[in-house]
Structures are given as structure tokens and as C-alpha cells.
Design a protein around this ligand. Structure first.
Ligand SMILES: CCC/C=C/C=C/C(=O)SCCNC(=O)CCNC(=O)[C@H](O)C(C)(C)COP(=O)(O)OP(=O)(O)OC[C@H]1O[C@@H](n2cnc3c(N)ncnc32)[C@H](O)[C@@H]1OP(=O)(O)O
Ligand code: NDP
Length: 333
């Protein structure tokens, strides 16, 4: 009897061992189950979420508002009643965006040329804004520069370029406006757009990761210091959202996108309209009690990347039966 049980256990162990090898191959080879069909559970909505008129009589400055996510945020705020100022280096692109959005929403969008790396240019941009609209109620620091590059290939100027746009640019805009708002005893909502790797760090985008982490420290610090002046400071960390600016510099071959979608629990990239709705909410009076918040908006990508065992998603129910048998069969330590 004992011999029969031992024999059966031996055969089971052999089956389990060979299945485990096959399983390892599946996990680490290319035959692993694809997931991503779950995207149908999480359809993106495109329309503005807040009630119409939520930003009536509000002025909003959006840096980098001519393209990508900044453009989407401008469109949503404008649709909700804001008078917007978009600022970046390329005046022609800003003007085109401003005209398109103004003509769709009926609310004026102003285009102001400004390189945020240059504190004097930032000061002149704010002068221009004061003349056009007065000081803003909403500031969205969205402008950024980035590219993938092994760190050993970075020149000092490459490092300086990215950190100047992202960290110094955000600081110059925030400090210039903050000082003037304080002088005028005017409250405002400041929002910084960072990224999920500001928290974790990431190879191959090290200047961006370092600068975005600095932006987060800046905003959390000012949330504590400038609440007394009526200023709120919040941060949105987007996950991947297809824009020409980002994907041409981070995924020139398109290979990253497919791998990314595979690991996002909601099975898809985000959309510009979705982040625009979140930015509008955070910048609105509906969020007047929100300050110092860091909001990760990534379809679950960050936790998916972080969890040691998350690759087990590709184990099938039949394979689980085998794995469970192996585990239960283990006696002692
Ligand atoms: C997917 C999920 C997470 C995603 C996160 C996304 C985060 C983002 O921030 S996406 C935003 C992307 N958008 C942009 O980058 C738009 C603006 N970008 C630019 O204008 C340019 O790409 C640049 C950032 C380079 C700035 O342009 P600028 O004309 O001011 O600089 P350059 O004179 O061209 O270059 C300055 C130095 O950088 C070196 N450099 C430029 N590109 C690269 C590269 N691909 N690899 C290595 N080095 C690069 C360039 O050679 C200059 O250095 P040097 O030669 O020593 O003078
Ligand atoms: N798309 C994504 O997947 C993700 C994006 N993000 C963040 O979202 C934000 C928007 O990125 P996205 O829309 O994708 O990319 P874009 O390239 O479209 O946006 C970047 C904007 O920054 C402006 N800009 C760059 N350098 C300067 C400068 N020196 N002075 C003023 N403006 C400048 C650009 O305008 P111009 O060239 O006219 O100066 C451009 O409009 C960025 O902060 C980015 O880091 C974060 C995580 C993921």
C-alpha cells in the first residue's frame, strides 16, 4: 500500500516537474498568454466630465499647451468656460491650436511664446498674460523635454537641456507666478504633470526621471508653504498616453507600445481626453480641498511593474492545478 502511494506520488512529481519546465518556458519564452482583451471593460470616455461653466471667469495658463496632453487640457478647460493662455517655444503651433480651440468653444485662447528655461522669458510671458487676461486662477506646468538614451551616452548639455526644461522651467513659471499672485493676494491652483517613474526612477530616461522627481518635491513643498496664500499644489503622474511628442522620442520603433499594453491591467493606453478631465477636476473648485496630492493615472501600470509575482497572470487554470499540487506536496522547509 505504502509502495503504491509512493509510486503514485513519484509519478505525480515527474508530471509536475515536466509541466513546470513547460510552464517556465511559457513564462519566459514567447508563448505566454497575451492579456489586453480586458480593455473592453475600461472604455475611455471623451466628453468633459465637469458641469459646463465650471471655469467661467477663470483664467488658465497651460505650458506646452500647443500639442499633446497640454492641448487636450486646454481644449477641456476652454470648453468648460476658461480663458486659456498656452505658452511654449513654437509660436506657429501655439497659434494654430489657439485658433482651433477658440473657434470650437467660443472662448478665447491666447498664444504666448516662451522658453521656460529662460527666467527672463518667463517673466515677459507673465507680463504679457497680465496685460491680456490678468493673473491666472489655474496654472498647469505641462511643458517637458525627454528622449530615451543610455546614460553613458548623455552629454552635459543633454542632461542640462532636459533638467532645465522640466525642473528649472517648472520652478521659474511657478515662482514668477507665485510671487505675483501673493503680491496681488490672489489664490490659484498649480498642477504639475510628472510621470510614474518620478517615483521609481527609470533607466534610459535618467535626466527626465531626476527632474520630474525634483518637480514633485517642489510641488509638495510649496503645498505646505503657500497654502496660507490661497495656493494649492497637486501632481498628476500619467502613464503612457500616445502623443507624437512623447512616443517619437521614447518609442521610435513602436516596440515599447505593444509590450506596455501587455502589462497594463486595464489593457490599453490612456487617452488625452481622460487626463484632461482629471486635470480639469484637480484644477477646479470641486477640488478646493485637494493640495499636496500625487495622483497616479496609469491604468494600473505602476503596480503591475512593481509586483514580484505579477507575471503569474499568464498561468492557465490547468497549470495552476499543477502548481498547487507541487506546493501542497511540499512537506517541511
Ligand atoms: C511612456 C510612459 C512615461 C512617459 C513619460 C514621458 C515623459 C515626457 O516628458 S514626454 C515629452 C516629450 N516631448 C518632448 O520632448 C518635446 C520637446 N523636446 C524637444 O524639443 C527636444 O527633443 C529636446 C528635449 C532635445 C530639446 O530640444 P533643443 O532644440 O533645445 O535641444 P538640442 O539642441 O536638440 O539638444 C540638446 C542636447 O541634447 C542632445 N540630444 C538631443 N537629442 C538626443 C538624443 N536622442 N540622444 C542623446 N542626446 C540627445 C543634443 O545632442 C544636445 O547635446 P550636445 O550635442 O552635447 O549639445
Ligand atoms: N504622453 C505620455 O505618455 C506621457 C507624458 N507625460 C508628460 O505629459 C506632459 C506632456 O507631454 P506630451 O503631450 O506627451 O508631449 P509633447 O511633446 O506634445 O508636449 C511637450 C510640450 O512641451 C513644450 N516645451 C518643450 N520644451 C519647452 C520649453 N523649453 N519651453 C516651453 N515649452 C516647452 C513643447 O512645445 P514647444 O516645442 O512649442 O516648446 C510641447 O508642447 C509632459 O510633462 C510629459 O512629461 C508624462 C507621462 C507620460
Amino acid at each position: 500500500m505504502a509502495a503504491r502511494v509512493l509510486g503514485r506520488a513519484g509519478r505525480l512529481a515527474a508530471v509536475v516537474r515536466s509541466s513546470a519546465v513547460r510552464l517556465q518556458l511559457r513564462l519566459h519564452g514567447s508563448a505566454g498568454l497575451r492579456f489586453g482583451s480586458q480593455a473592453s471593460f475600461f472604455p475611455p470616455l471623451g466628453d468633459a466630465m465637469l458641469p459646463s461653466g465650471s471655469f467661467n471667469n477663470h483664467v488658465a495658463l497651460i505650458t506646452g499647451g500647443g500639442t499633446g496632453l497640454g492641448r487636450a487640457m486646454t481644449a477641456t478647460l476652454s470648453q468648460l468656460g476658461a480663458q486659456c493662455i498656452i505658452a511654449s517655444r513654437k509660436l506657429d503651433i501655439l497659434q494654430r491650436t489657439a485658433e482651433e480651440i477658440s473657434s470650437q468653444t467660443g472662448n478665447k485662447v491666447h498664444a504666448v511664446q516662451c522658453d521656460v528655461r529662460d527666467p527672463q522669458a518667463v517673466s515677459q510671458c507673465v507680463d504679457q498674460m497680465e496685460a491680456l487676461t490678468g493673473l491666472p486662477d489655474v496654472i498647469i506646468n505641462n511643458a517637458a523635454g525627454n528622449f530615451v538614451c543610455p546614460s553613458e551616452r548623455l552629454s552635459p548639455n543633454a542632461w542640462k537641456t532636459i533638467t532645465d526644461i522640466v525642473l528649472n522651467g517648472t520652478a521659474f513659471v511657478t515662482l514668477e507666478l507665485g510671487k505675483r499672485l501673493i503680491q496681488n493676494q490672489k489664490g490659484a491652483s498649480f498642477l504639475a504633470i510628472t510621470t510614474i517613474y518620478a517615483e521609481s526612477g527609470s533607466g534610459f530616461v535618467v535626466p527626465s526621471a531626476s527632474a520630474k522627481a525634483g518637480v514633485e518635491a517642489l510641488y509638495k513643498s510649496l503645498a505646505a508653504e503657500w497654502g496660507r496664500y490661497g495656493h494649492r499644489f497637486n501632481i498628476i503622474q500619467p502613464g503612457p498616453i500616445r502623443t507624437k511628442g512623447a512616443f517619437s522620442r521614447l518609442d521610435p520603433t513602436g516596440a515599447f507600445e505593444k509590450a506596455t499594453i501587455d502589462r497594463i491591467p486595464t489593457g490599453r493606453l490612456g487617452t488625452p481626453a481622460e487626463i484632461a478631465n482629471l486635470a480639469a477636476y484637480v484644477s477646479s473648485n470641486y477640488a478646493s480641498w485637494m493640495s499636496g496630492a500625487v495622483i497616479r493615472f496609469d491604468g494600473g501600470e505602476y503596480v503591475s511593474l512593481a509586483g514580484e509575482f505579477n507575471e503569474l497572470r499568464s498561468v492557465t487554470p490547468d497549470q495552476w492545478k499543477i502548481l498547487e499540487a507541487m506546493i501542497r506536496n511540499t512537506k517541511g522547509s
